[in-house]
Design a protein around this ligand. Structure first.
Ligand code: BF8
Length: 656
């Protein structure tokens, strides 16, 4: 896959918008102008104290170079990436914490616009936490669940609540190597402490602390966020939606919800259907109100309501450049401050809503869960009032793609056998027989330093051609959706023969949209269920499964990479290693971790090598598990997959 320097993004609509609106600066222009600092780019710069910044460069830097304090290059590099993990864990952790506090406020009756929507999921979570739920008031159970999970942020000693959801063997590895996390706050603070000047000077020990911190994200902050969001707003089931910048409507009020936390966005989803607000929009000359999402807030409302997505990270500026967005509402994370500058060229109102995210020039409405619905209505009214200010400026695109999202881990289990017989048996059997070669979690950001979304598109095509089932999250889902890759029809056209057969039998696309970045925790749950089902590995490690974040950008992505590696999944990140200066650090993250956890974290800039490495891991895992050698079109015996008719029959018997 050659890099085309003349193309900014693989999403044609976004490229078209930027061509038409040339002269308005975007992240692509800034990426072109801003060459990365060569020392920082390699992880050879230490600025953890003011004797520096120290630059550990030179021919023999790995062996000889020292900072003023005496820190070696591997120590500097390990500290640097460990602090990225701490940043990512803090971000997902705070997101999870906010969700838990919303659940608590709802259960105590302080946040009247919120409540428990999915009682079954609440009970399932209560059961995992050892909380009695039978015969009790729903809100009492919800209160206990919230309070129990709040412990996961503040606990000083002991173990986090959800670790026991992992296979026993996986947990034993964590114990053996001392990476059992205590709490989000506790283990994040420890990484920051350890990596200050004059603390831990052993790269392996620093990286171990970072693994522990990352596990507090995966099996803590993120998993808590996923579960509480399902409890409050419903566990996703497959839903139709649309993707790309073509989702905006010229004759309707267009509102974007961008960021990560779904609380206010859920209220906006409800508000835009209120007849009074629709009537109000009509008085301003609009035919209706059109809501779209961006980044992971998009994934949250898409998974539960089929709200269309305008794309991932790099689409936020082009979205405003369509000239069709009347209100661009943002909550937390991955919000480019430059959207305010782009909006100045148009009529778009940028509204910040979290007190943690203020952008000069944006209107700020401080989100308060006690009056959430009223604030949602206020935002919708701002957008409606702004509709008449729209001019002909902007580049309107019309191409959009249908897509299917909403594959929660619960639904994936259900779709393999119905309410009575839901399990992971069919998927395990299909892998054992070689119909499905393996599973790849395709995740993470889209990056302006590549033709953005292009590597996602390339890998998605090649992996399914190779009979690899893909589960996607975050901006990878938007990248796949924005080029039409999230429909079952795509399986027929592009998937290998084995995967195609499985997709047709179950009635699923070959790329399953699992949700937002916090929903990578759903992949941990699925992997644990596959291990429990039997026939493959009895732990997460050793499965024919790989994680890939081909265009990663954020600290959150690094934290995710670390928790998958610690859980036993080989992970491949695109681009150069941010710690490429230290061979030792990269050796620990690949060879040493593979030996200890059966997971690893590789950085590989060449997309074709990424693909080859992923397939190699999958094939070696198959070999180690003594599964049938993968040969395209030649399958072993397996149990009969339940087709749609059989599942409908089961649902009929169950009275569903
Ligand atoms: O959390 S994939 S650019 S939006 S960090 Fe951000 Fe990366 Fe997108 Fe969702 Ni995840």
């Amino acid at each position: 896959m050659a890099k085309d320097k003349n193309v900014r993004t693989a999403e044609l609509g976004a490229e078209q918008v930027m061509v038409n609106m040339a002269g308005i600066e975007t992240c692509f222009d800034r990426a072109g102008k801003m060459k990365p600092c060569p020392i920082g780019h390699e992880g050879a710069c230490c600025k953890n104290c003011y004797m520096g910044p120290c630059r550990l460069v030179g021919k023999n830097a790995e062996e000889e170079a020292r900072g003023v304090c005496g820190a070696s290059l591997p120590v500097v590099a390990a500290r640097y990436i460990a602090r990225m993990v701490a940043g990512g864990t803090a971000a997902h952790g705070d997101h999870g914490r906010d969700m838990v506090f919303t659940l608590l406020a709802a259960a105590e009756g302080h946040a009247k616009d919120f409540g428990v929507k999915d009682v079954k999921k609440l009970y399932r979570t209560a059961d995992i936490l050892g909380i009695e739920f039978e015969g009790r008031q729903v809100n009492d159970v919800a209160k206990d669940v919230a309070n129990k999970l709040i412990e996961d942020f503040s606990r000083q000693k002991g173990e986090m609540n959800f670790l026991k959801r992992a296979p026993q063997k996986t947990q034993e590895r964590w114990k053996k190597y001392g990476i059992v996390p205590r709490g989000v706050d506790r283990d994040t603070v420890e990484v920051l402490d350890r990596t200050t000047m004059g603390m831990d000077a052993d790269p392996d020990s620093i990286l171990n602390a970072a693994l522990k911190c990352a596990l507090a994200n995966g099996w803590g902050g993120s998993m808590i966020s996923t579960d509480i969001t399902d409890i409050l707003f419903g566990t996703p089931t497959p839903v139709k939606a649309e993707a790309s910048l073509g989702i905006f409507k010229e004759d309707e009020v267009n509102i974007i919800v961008h960021g990560h936390e779904p609380t206010l966005a859920e209220m906006i989803v409800e508000a835009v259907t209120e007849p009074e607000l629709i009537e109000y929009a009509k008085t301003k000359g609009a035919k209706g109100i059109n809501l779209g999402g961006m980044c992971c807030t998009a994934n949250e409302v898409l998974m539960r309501h089929g709200i269309a997505t305008a794309g991932g990270f790099t689409n936020q500026e082009p979205a405003i450049m369509t000239g069709l967005v009347d209100a661009f509402t943002v909550d937390v994370q991955c919000i480019m401050p430059s959207i305010v500058d782009v909006a100045k060229h148009f009529h778009t109102k940028v509204i910040t809503t979290s007190d943690k995210v203020r952008i000069p020039g944006a209107q700020h409405i401080s989100f308060d869960e006690h009056i959430a619905k009223e604030q949602a209505r206020q935002i919708v009214r701002i957008a409606i009032d702004n509709f008449p200010n729209r001019t002909k400026k902007g580049s309107h695109v019309t191409t959009k793609f249908p897509m299917i999202g909403g594959f929660s881990h619960e639904y994936i289990e259900y779709m393999q056998g119905g309410t009575w017989r839901g399990s992971f048996r069919p998927l395990n059997d299909a892998i054992m027989a070689g119909r499905v070669r393996g599973v790849v979690g395709l995740a993470g950001c889209d990056n302006p330093r590549w033709p953005s979304t292009g590597i996602h598109k390339y890998l998605a095509t090649e992996l399914i051609k190779n009979d690899v089932l893909i589960v996607s999250t975050g901006c990878s889902s938007a990248a796949c959706g924005g080029v039409g890759y999230l429909t079952p029809e795509m399986a027929l056209e592009n998937a290998g023969p084995g995967l195609r057969e499985v997709c047709e039998a179950i009635g699923i696309p070959p790329i399953l949209h699992l949700g937002a970045c916090v929903d990578n925790s759903r992949i941990l749950t699925i992997a644990s269920a596959m291990a429990a089902e039997g026939g493959l590995s009895d732990e997460i490690g050793g499965m024919p499964a790989v994680g890939i974040a081909p265009e990663w950008i954020t600290e959150k992505a690094v934290s995710i990479g670390f928790y998958f590696a610690a859980s036993g999944v080989p992970v491949i990140f695109g681009g150069d290693s941010p710690v490429i200066a230290s061979k030792e650090v990269n050796r620990i993250m690949t060879e040493v971790w593979f030996e200890r956890f059966k997971g690893a974290l590789h950085f590989e800039p060449d997309p074709e090598k990424m693909l080859a490495l992923a397939l190699d891991y999958i094939d070696k895992a198959r070999e180690n598990l003594k599964l049938k050698k993968y040969e395209p079109g030649k399958f072993g015996t397996e149990k009969v997959l339940m087709d749609m008719a059989a599942r409908r029959e089961i649902r009929g018997h169950a009275g569903l």
